[in-house]
Ligand binder design. Sequence first.
Ligand SMILES: [Zn+2]
Length: 69
Amino acid sequence: MPIYIVNKQAQPDTGDHEVHETSCGHLPLAHNQQHLGYFSNCYDAVREAKKYYRNADGCAHCSSACHTS
Ligand SMILES: [Zn+2]
């Protein structure tokens, strides 16, 4: 099961806080990563991230099924 993180910094263009698997090649800098935990799918990870950031969204690369904008 992948470990997910959320970017503490919002994307400047969309205002979204992107959710990534830790194996993603497009991770934010380490100090901008907020640990979310193990999830079997990106939907649950994004739901967890939305507890912290209302505008959480899946990364287009590692979590494309949850990428909405
Ligand atoms: Zn990613």
